[in-house]
Design a protein around this ligand. Structure first.
Ligand code: SF4
Ligand code: SF4
Length: 380
């Protein structure tokens, strides 16, 4: 295993592969029923492989991930060998006291008196505003000062402009966590976000390097592209090497469901150094990205400039699901997500009143209401 350091936390060596505890083995296809024996065995394998960063969060596995991790770390006796990371559910914070309530419960669930890395979870512009208004930053500074938090960061899902605002909004941040993979170079914070964070001395943790596993189970067209490389490599290895090539990246989190995946990914993280991807490898990764992007239904970059929609439509989310369907040939999965997510919450394309307010705001020149109607036809 190779190790890297956060610029502001240079005393710690962090494994280049981190264990994400959001896709643990489960029983009977029920995400809230963790197969604890298998998950604990995988954690033991991870520690053996040199993984020392373990990431969970309040909502993972129907709130069962944190309690399982607390028990597993205690049972295995590895508390001094892993850095525990968890996250404050920023969308559930209504008032100042909620920050304290969540951290206290999380310490109890994790059976520890200190969370080594504590993140404000899934910040976007609205949640950032809420964090400021509810005294989130003051709370984080206090919890760090009294030792219940080791290091403070945030995870992020929004457009690059919001990312800059949050990075620049507090000098207490020590790290951040962003989605990054060879397909999402220009999505959310993207590659520009990595550079921006590094410019402010924030170490970057990468999430979704395999895009929820989709870049491990790629279509035939992508396999054909990677097959041009003289040495056989699994698709997941291409994706991990791409993320680990960035020198801004400290660790790459992968939500692994089986020990076999863990060992494969640990093997990659044992040899993937920054700036090691060759010109020929880069050309194949670019070709793979172009293959995917040429199959997008709509050129939405999820910049969010069209928001908010007065009728409550989550425009980038609707386009995102439609694009997932066409890029990965996964229409049924996108339809299910659409039904249970956007449609159920009233923020789907059917809520569009065709007012046109969003159209001039889109830098991509997308005729948003017309394309939303097409997305609705595809996803419903
Ligand atoms: S055209 Fe539709 S999506 Fe755009 S702002 Fe109006 S209601 Fe919202
Ligand atoms: S529709 Fe346009 S403005 Fe809205 S998120 Fe997509 S690219 Fe940005």
């Amino acid at each position: 295993m190779l190790y890297r350091r956060f610029p502001k936390i240079s005393s710690l060596e962090i494994s280049a592969l981190g264990l994400g505890c959001m896709r643990l083995p489960t029983i009977g296809g029920d995400a809230s029923t963790i197969d604890e024996a298998a998950a604990t065995a995988m954690l033991a394998d991870a520690v053996s492989a040199g993984v020392n960063y373990v990431d969970t969060a309040w909502p993972y596995h129907g709130q069962k991930s944190e309690p399982w991790l607390g028990r597993a770390v205690e049972d295995l006796g590895v508390r001094d060998r892993v850095h525990l990371a968890t996250k404050a559910p920023s969308w559930l914070v209504r008032e100042a006291g909620d920050w304290e309530t969540f951290l206290s419960e999380q310490l109890s669930r994790l059976r520890t008196d200190r969370v080594d890395f504590y993140l404000v979870h899934a910040l976007n512009r609205a949640r950032w505003k809420n964090a400021l208004q509810t005294g989130g930053l003051e709370f984080l500074a206090k919890a760090k000062a009294d030792g219940r938090i080791g290091h403070v960061g945030f995870s992020f899902h929004d457009a690059f402009d919001s990312f800059k605002e949050i990075v620049d909004g507090w000098d207490g941040w020590e790290f951040c966590q962003v989605q990054y993979n060879y397909l999402d170079e220009d999505y959310q914070a993207g590659g520009a976000g990595l550079r921006y964070a590094a410019g402010r001395d924030l170490g970057v943790i990468v999430m979704e390097p395999l895009r929820g596993g989709a870049l491990a189970r790629v279509p035939e067209g992508i396999r054909t592209i990677f097959a041009k490389y003289p040495t056989p490599r699994m698709p997941a290895e291409w994706a991990l090497r791409h993320a680990l090539d960035r020198q801004e990246v400290v660790t790459v989190l992968s939500g692994m469901g089986r020990s076999e995946e863990l060992w494969e990914n640990a093997g990659v993280a044992s040899s993937a150094r920054p700036n090691a991807v060759t010109k020929a490898e880069r050309a194949l990764l670019d070709e793979a990205r172009d293959w995917f992007l040429s199959r997008t239904a709509v050129p939405c970059t999820a910049c969010g400039y069209c928001k908010p929609c007065p009728s409550g439509v989550d425009i980038p989310a609707a386009f995102g699901l439609w694009n997932e369907a066409t890029m990965f040939g996964a229409l049924e999965a996108s339809r299910r997500q659409y039904e249970s997510g956007l449609k159920a919450s009233g923020s789907g394309a059917e809520a569009c009143a065709d007012c046109g307010a969003c159209v001039p705001k889109c830098p991509q020149g997308i005729d948003i209401p017309a394309r939303l109607a097409e997305a609705l036809a595809a996803l419903s």
